[in-house]
Design a protein around this ligand. Sequence first.
Ligand code: DGI
Ligand code: FE
Ligand code: FE
Length: 193
Amino acid sequence: MERHEALEIVKKQLTEHRYQHTIGVMETAVELAKRYGADEKKAELAAIFHDYAKFRPKEEMKQIILEQNMPNDLLSYNTELWHAPVGAYLVQTEVGIQDEDILKAIRYHTSGRADMTLLEKIVYVADYIEPGRIFQGVEEVRALAQQDLDQALLQALKNTVQFLLKKNQPIYPDTIHTYNALIMKKKGESVHD
Ligand code: DGI
Ligand code: FE
Ligand code: FE
C-alpha cells in the first residue's frame, strides 16, 4: 500500500491532532528504520496505522478483545492499552494489511513485550520521541535513539513506568516484561556487574 493511500485511510479515523502525531511517528520511524537497518516500508505502514483504533468506543474495543480471544487481563488494566491490540485486528480486517511484522508492531506499540522485534522497537520509540511529543525526559530518549535503540527503549519504558507509579496506576505485566528483558540483556553485556 502506498503512503498517500494509507494516510488517507487513517486520517478518517483520527482527530487532526492525532493525525499530526501520526505523521510525526511515520517520519521518525522511517528515520530509525534507515539508521538501524529495518524495512523502511514496513516501518512506514506500521507507524501510519499504529493509532488506528485510538478513537473507537470502549465498548467496541472490549467486545473485540473478548471475541477475538485477546489476553483478557487487558480488560482489568488501563483502557489506554486497548487500542494497540484492537488496532492490529482492525488494520487487518478493515484495511486488509496481512503482514504479521506490521501487525505486531501495532499490537505491541503501547505495552511493549519481552523480546520485541526490531520493527516493534522502532514503532515504540518513534511513538515516544516524534517531534510533537513534549513530555519530561523526551530529549534524553531522542538523543539515545541516535546511538542505541535498546537504550532509548529502556529509557522510554522507565519514564512511562515512573509516570504510572506517580499517578498510582497499575502497570501492565507486558510493560514490566519489556523492562526486565532489556535490563537483563544489558546486565549480560556488562562485565562489571
Ligand atoms: O496512543 P499514544 O498516546 O500515542 O501512546 P501509547 O499508545 O504509547 O499510549 C500511552 C498511554 O498508555 C500512556 O498515557 C500511558 C498509558 N498506559 C497505561 N497503562 C500502561 C500504559 N502504558 C504502558 N506502557 N504500560 C501500561 O501498563
Ligand atoms: Fe497508541
Ligand atoms: Fe501514538
